[in-house]
Every structure is written in C-alpha cells, then in structure tokens.
Design a protein around this ligand. Sequence first.
Ligand SMILES: [Zn+2]
Ligand SMILES: [Zn+2]
Length: 434
Amino acid sequence: ESNILMDFGINPAANTFSDTFPRIDRIPIPVENIDAIVISHAHLDHMGGLPLLFKYGYRGPVYMTEPTVYLMFLLLNDLYDVLQKNGVTPFFELKDLRTILQHTIPVKFGVVVDIAPDIKLTFRNAGHILGSAIIHLHIGEGLHNIVFTGDLKYDRSILLEHASTMFPRVETLITECTYGGQNDVMSPREEVENKLISLVNSTLEKNGNILIPTLAVGRAQEIMIILDNAIRNKKIPEVPIYVDGMISEVTAIHASFSNYLSKELRNAMANGFNPFKSEYVIPVKSSISKEEIAESRRNIILSPSGMLEGGPVLEYFKMIAQQEESIVIFVNYQIEGTLGSRILNGLRELTLQNSSGKVEALTIRSAIEKVDGFSGHSDRNQLLNYIRHVYTKKGPLFLVHGEAKKIQNMKKILNRIYGEYVYSPRLLETYRAL
Ligand SMILES: [Zn+2]
Ligand SMILES: [Zn+2]
C-alpha cells in the first residue's frame, strides 16, 4: 500500500489565494506519508506547488526527467522573483528549492524505476515541452497499470516527436483535455507558419513592430526557429528578433539536451548545425532598453508571459499596443479571464499598473491577431486519436485538465464510444480503481 502523488501545480493566473493553490489541507494523508512524487513536466500548473509540500514536511523522492529538473528550478526561481517584484510575499523560501533539489531524482525516458515496494515508474515522451513525460505506473505484480498523460501533443512539432503510445499494458488512463472543446481543431502546421510569416511581412511593410507574447519554454524556441528559417530562406527581410525574459536561458537548456529533441533537430545538431543559435536573435540585456526597442521600428520581439499576465512583455505591450502600424500576435493558449484572452475577445480600452504601482489607461491601436496551431497540446482530434491508441477499455478513463465545458463535451463523445467507464472527476472526489 503506497501513496504516490502525480503533479502538484498552481494556477499563477488566479486572482485569489484559494484558486491559486491545490487543497493541500484535503490530501487524505499527512504529506510526510506520501511515498513518492512524480512530476510530468516543468510547467507551473504541474509543479508549482512542490515547494509547498516541502514546506509542510515532505522529504521523500521527487522523480522527473533531467531537462525538467533544469527547467523547473529556473521557473521556480523566476516565480520567486516575480512575486517579490509584485510586492507579494513568496509562498516559499529559496532554501526550500535547495531542499527539493536534494530530493530530486532524474529519470530517463523508457527506464523502469522502483519508486515504492509495489510500484514501478516509466516515463515516455509526451511531445509537449522539452523533457515532458507521460507517466506509466505498474502496480503490484501485473495487478494494475496507470497511464497519466500530463500535457501531451500527439503530433510532431519542430522541437519534439509526438507523444509515445508505447505502453505494454494500460488499465487506467488519465488524460488532459485542454483542447477538448467542440471547435478545438487546429489548422495544419504549414498553414499556421505561413500565416505567421505573412503577418510579419505585412507589418514590416508598414514599418511596424511585431510583438509576440510567448511562454518562455517551448513556444519561444519554436517561433525563433521558424523566424530564423524564414529569414535565411528570404521569406522575410533581415530584421532583429529580440528575446526577453528567460527565453535565452531556456533556449540554452534545449541546446544541451539534444537527445530529447525531434529527429530532425538531433540530426541537424549531429551535423554541426545549432538550430538554437541565430545571427538574428538578440537577447535583451541591460545595454539596450525596452523603450529603445519599442520606440524604433521593424523589430520582432518575443517575450513572456504568453497570456500578458506579468513578465517583461507588459512593458513592450504598453508601448507597442499604441502604435497603429504595429501588431501583437498571440501564439499560445489563452486561459479564460487572462488579459490575453480578454484582448482577443475584443477588449480595447484597459488600465494597467505602471512600475511605480500607478494605474494608467491604455487604448489599443495596434493590430491584434491570433495564430493558432503552434500549441504544445493535442487538438481535439489528436486527443481522441491518442485515447483510441492507448485506452484498452479494461479500466476507467479519467478526463482532467480542461475547462469544465470542454471536458463535458469530450465525455459525451467518449461515453458513446466506451460506455460508462468515462469519468470527469470533480475536485476532491476519490475513486477506487481496483
Ligand atoms: Zn504544460
Ligand atoms: Zn498543464
């Protein structure tokens, strides 16, 4: 009888304390009785609550892939800085991060590890971000097998191969449903890339700036490679691509874990070409200010956060959103309620806090566009395809990690295919699988 916890995230975009953190008070056992923690990947909604568990006394092992170790500590350190900068007392101390590191065990894809006397863990590629893993737990001697997808992409991207379906046995499948909605179907990648390139070109013709709010991990690297390729192939003119925030650090981590990347990138790197090094990409350091970049023209700027919820992107946004000839292009998923999602829904008059805490009014005059399809998640069809390949109908299928109406929508379809074995658990619900 072992207790394993898979992923423990926070919602960094939530407004209230209780919406931000998981209900640690409702875990049915004391945290020190958890035998092992397994982390699927380095996004805050999957690992951001880890410091909290250590604060409350957890001292057991934490399993994750090696790139996840590096990305996670980079992101948690950054979270600490961001909270402090915003005048919020961080919910952990930096020494908690050191304690986590002492208990972290890196595991490679495909290697079977005993994480408890009766439980074996195997990670497989999830195709979502660098080092992202699908978690397979083998319980007892062939008694039960659980697959927990974390976030998955069942399609190749520039950076990664598609999610693995190589599980010898699966009884219980727990899958994410981020794009489970009826209309969540993405355009083919070529179309998506062409749309981005043509938006960049039409803006450069007007001498405008191009601001691309993006997640620091994954999307930024992918967009950088696409733009660098486009410049080298003369599809767009030679213009600087400024990258701000943690994008450079995260890019360096990608370059040092080439064995986790797509075959194409691995081959390129084996032949001495580093796709993460571009003569057009300029990290924004103290020598040039955001104002200088935004006030000049014909620049491409990539900066976190991707949903305009904090991060250096806001400074650029305040300036560039007022330039009629410029454009803001959203390239990743916008959670409902975030500034990014409200702007995409038509918000044009807004107020933002400046660095000294004063509220300023802002009218958006630039173009606003969304280029869908770069997502690190499966779209609805890819999700259904993935389930078809992995789910065996020998146990329950749980739908999690999605807006309620999208999950219900998926459930309706899957109920029709698989009958009553499909569940959409509510918060704090308990299931007995055996
Ligand atoms: Zn994720
Ligand atoms: Zn997620």
